[in-house]
Design a protein around this ligand. Structure first.
Ligand code: ADP
Ligand code: MG
Length: 876
């Protein structure tokens, strides 16, 4: 609908076939969907399977291989008179390798995509007289959008009704200050988006208030859709670790190419047949390139991300998984994340200076405070189902629950005292006010909120005593809500904070308990063991916060707690200097979070931060891992976050860190495995050529080992479970080299072992007469093929853990063991079955040769185990 903002509203609604009372009917929705389609942007065209396949093939290495195959073909025709086997084999292996890679990667990507679908945007709409929540993509023009603070707007819509609705439109206008909307505004046809006060636009968010609007455009027809059309060729980027490994892979490819060149020229100098030497050099270059590495990284990420979903963490941005492994500080909300967010009123302080314990009967005075609290709240108890269901803010629910426990009903109360206005609660003000009509004539405003915020607004009531009680309640870990009121004969013309929230009479205090989640304490201790500091951030009073923080083990000394007011007095420099001293921030507003995040980051710490509200979004973005609440979180917080906690639970973050570390550890295991195999392959060929022993393995053998012995078990390493002590290590330093902690040395050492043993095997087969079998080049190559292949496969066991294979749960990774056995079977079958023997140019070897093969293949495992034994003895 073009220029919907200039039209007369009733006419517009008519044109859209809408209904401002009940919304669209099911039939209308279906019909409209047919003509307008789904409310979604045309997605970036995904690469087809075939394209991905050719991309894998398009790798430099694959091109080399194809050239090699072509040359082999040429040789087959010109020299070997029609022996196409080698050419066909090379092509098959190339295809097999690319296929394996694409299939694995495809599966991984599919599950990552499924994940994206899990955090689909929802929208509240009125359809056929009922407010329902639907996936935003199902919106059609004419739908009635029900908007409230924290919503992302998912379609362009003309406003019908607003209650102090303010919308942040920076995605379209660049202006980050929310705009106050007016349903009745008259807007000129040429007004820029930011001035169209009677419209809301897809991609923007509701910062404040409520509204009802009729959808005028969906999908690509929205203003955002037009921009999306421009941005459509955005590329999916790699995570930092993927990038680093990609670079590593390239470096190794260069090394392999250099080695290949050297091999070729040595062969040339030694008068080996040029084309055959070329083939060997090429296959060496190809075999030594760790192309499987990138696939394993994707597999590892996807495997762990799926596991995280089961543990209530949805990853929205993939690089966050890696960052989690480095997290060193977790800044967590208290209410609902560390605590249960199940508030129960425990004490009420009334004006006669009585403290009533809610376990006992309530006095009339106490009940009237609760009654005021109920009037000034939006929570209610839904009795339409068999089970009672509390809906709304738990703080308010506690009050409503207590009231209804006495067999009163909030609905009745509201009938007697209809609400005429509301100044909503927000975490900055920590206050809320409602205005009600009194039956006897006149009006009353009720203000409830934090005592320290109400105190100065009161002109009547025992403030001194209340201050004392507020202190005592706080010490007992109670959250305190002060209740005050004011009467009017006639209402002020404008109902604002200035006109309503002053000259109040303090009525009483309500103290409520919110018990810690049972798993919080353990999770905090676990985090501490893992070198991660937990910081509590809350809007509650410092005493309440400290009492709970102490119980949870976050705080050991009162000096570690500070208030938002103290924080405001500190300069950024002071905060950066002293940030290590504080573990509890009380009475802070969401805006303060960003300072806390930045102060930690300035000290080089990697910060995870939780949040749920609109105002939390900037801090979530600024932090290294923004964690939004899945249950209580607003759309805005969720879309700013890297990870969503579907159970709002602190312990979930700590679990997620363990997964982040596992990903890193498993990628290191894969690097260990693939690099030690590949580097040894390079040196085996290189050294043998230098010694004038000829090529110890031929092209197809090398390629085959690469696919079967490195690829299959390597993929399975992505599923490896972490070492038991993974959460007893410090966080992974941000820029740590992937080879840190002795991995580089291990790789070098293990490459040497394989090189020596394979060359030894090759030498014995080629030059030594063993039990009357004549030594030959072919016997040597068969030995080298078997030793290199089998010891590579067995090597995967070395890479599973830095601990002995007897210390880890041997069958904790079934897939890996299966793959290893299958690969061993294939390698041996190829060496024994005549048809394959012939294809791969292998020959029969004697019993003694086989014994040597077995010995040389198992020896690396024995050596590595002995080294581990020695190292771990040092550790103890
Ligand atoms: P938190 O981040 O811990 O949830 P809030 O900023 O929501 O903290 O709340 C801070 C203070 O505001 C509470 O200690 C309480 O006194 C007051 N408060 C909380 N919820 C409400 C509410 N719905 N109405 C009035 N006051 C509230
Ligand atoms: Mg709150």
């Amino acid at each position: 609908m073009t220029k919907a903002y200039t039209k007369d509203l009733p006419r517009l609604i008519q044109e859209l076939e809408g209904n401002r009372e009940i919304g669209l009917t099911e039939e209308q929705v279906l019909k409209k969907r047919e003509s307008y389609g789904m409310n979604e942007f045309e997605s970036i065209k995904k690469d087809s399977f075939l394209k991905k396949f050719f991309m894998q093939m398009g790798d430099l290495t694959t091109i080399i291989l194809i050239v090699a195959a072509a040359i082999s073909l040429y040789m087959a025709i010109t020299i070997h008179e029609g022996d196409y086997v080698e050419a066909i084999l090379i092509i098959s292996i190339v295809i097999l390798n690319a296929l394996l890679g694409v299939i694995q990667e495809n599966n991984a990507e599919k599950s990552l995509e499924a994940l994206q679908n899990m955090n689909k945007q929802m929208s509240s709409v009125m359809r056929y007289g009922e407010i329902i929540s639907i996936p935003a993509e199902e919106l059609v023009p004419g739908d009635l959008l029900v908007l409230e603070a924290g919503n992302m707007i998912s379609a362009d819509a003309r406003l019908i009704d607003v209650v102090s609705l303010r919308v942040e439109e920076s995605p379209l206008t660049g202006e980050s200050i929310p705009i106050e909307k007016e349903a009745n505004a008259v807007v000129a046809a040429d007004a820029p988006i930011g001035d169209r006060l009677n419209m809301v636009y897809s991609g923007c968010m509701v910062a404040n208030g409520r509204g009802l609007a009729i959808v005028t455009a969906t999908g690509m027809n929205t203003e955002m859709g037009r921009i999306a059309a421009l941005l459509n060729n955005e590329k999916t980027s790699m995570t930092p670790l993927q990038e680093r490994l990609n670079r590593l892979g390239k470096n190794i490819s260069l090394l392999a190419l250099a080695a290949a060149a050297v091999v070729f020229f040595i062969g040339y100098a030694q008068n080996e047949p040029v084309l055959e030497m070329f083939m060997t050099a090429v296959s060496l270059a190809v075999a030594a390139v760790p192309e499987t590495l990138m696939v394993i990284v994707t597999l590892t990420l996807s495997f762990n991300v799926q596991k995280m979903v089961k543990k209530h963490a949805i990853i929205r941005r993939l690089p966050a998984v890696e960052t989690l492994g480095s997290a060193s500080v977790i800044c967590s909300d208290k209410t609902g994340t560390l605590t249960q967010n199940k508030m129960t009123v425990q004490r009420v302080w009334t004006r006669g200076n009585n403290i009533i314990d809610t376990e006992n009967a309530m006095s009339d005075e106490a009940l009237s405070i609760i009654k005021m609290g109920v009037l000034c709240s939006n929570a209610f108890i839904d009795r339409s189902e068999a089970i009672e269901n509390g809906i709304g803010d738990p703080t308010e629910l506690a009050i409503v629950q207590l009231y209804e426990d006495y067999d009163y009903y909030k609905t009745d109360l509201l009938e007697s005292y209809p609400r005429v206005a509301e100044l909503p609660f927000d975490s900055d003000r920590k206050l809320m006010t409602t205005v009600h009509e009194l039956g006897e004539g006149g009006y009353i405003s009720i203000t409830k909120g934090a005592f320290d915020r109400i105190e100065s607004l009161c002109s009547d009531g025992d403030i001194q005593q209340a201050t004392h009680i507020n202190y005592n309640f706080g010490k007992k870990a109670l959250r305190v809500i002060a209740v005050a009121f004011k009467r009017y004969d006639t209402l002020p013309t404008e109902l604002t904070s200035e006109t309503l929230e002053n000259d109040l009479q303090l009525l009483g205090l309500i103290g409520m308990i919110d018990p810690p989640r049972p798993e919080s304490k353990g999770a905090i201790a676990k985090a501490a063991k893992a070198g991660i500091k937990t910081v509590m951030i809350t809007g509650d009073h410092i005493l309440t916060a400290s009492a709970i923080a102490r119980e949870l083990g976050i705080l050991t000394c009162e000096k570690e707690a500070m208030t938002g007011a103290d924080l405001a007095k500190m300069t950024d420099e002071e905060l950066i200097r002293d940030v290590y001293k504080y573990s509890v921030y009380a009475r802070v507003s969401p805006e303060d979070k960003i300072r806390i995040v930045k102060a930690w980051q300035a000290n080089g710490e990697v910060v995870a931060m939780t949040g749920d509200g609109v105002n939390d979004a900037p801090a979530l973005k600024a932090s290294d891992v923004g964690c939004a609440m899945g249950i209580t979180g607003t759309d805005v917080a969720q879309s700013a976050a890297d990870m969503i906690l579907t159970d709002d639970n602190f312990a979930t973050i700590v679990d997620a860190v363990a997964h982040g570390r596992t990903v890193y550890a498993n990628i290191r295991k894969a690097v260990h495995f693939l690099l030690s195999c590949n580097i040894s392959e390079i040196f085996i060929v290189l050294i043998s050529m230098l010694l004038g022993w000829g090529a110890p393995v031929i092209a197809i053998q090398l390629l085959f080992i690469n696919v079967i012995a490195d690829g299959l078990p390597g993929f399975a390493l992505s599923r490896e479970k972490p070492d038991a002590d993974i959460m007893e290590q410090p966080p992974i330093p941000k820029e740590q080299s992937i080879f840190a902690g002795g991995l580089g040395k291990d790789i070098a050492f293990h490459s040497v072992i394989f090189t020596v043993l394979t060359l030894l095997g090759y030498y014995m087969g080629s030059f030594v007469t063993i039990s009357s079998i004549q030594p030959s080049h072919e016997v040597g190559q068969t030995m080298a093929f078997l030793i290199l292949g089998l010891s590579s496969i067995i090597h995967v066991l070395n890479c599973r853990s830095k601990y002995s294979i007897f210390k880890i749960k041997f069958n904790s990774n079934r897939r890996l063991l299966e793959m290893a056995i299958i690969s061993i079977g294939i390698i041996i079958a190829v060496a024994l079955i005549p048809l394959f023997q012939e294809m791969f140019q292998l020959v029969d070897i004697g019993d003694y040769h086989w014994r040597l093969v077995v010995l040389f293949s198992i020896l690396p495992l024995v050596i590595v185990e002995l080294v581990k034994l020695h190292q771990n003895r040092d550790d103890d």
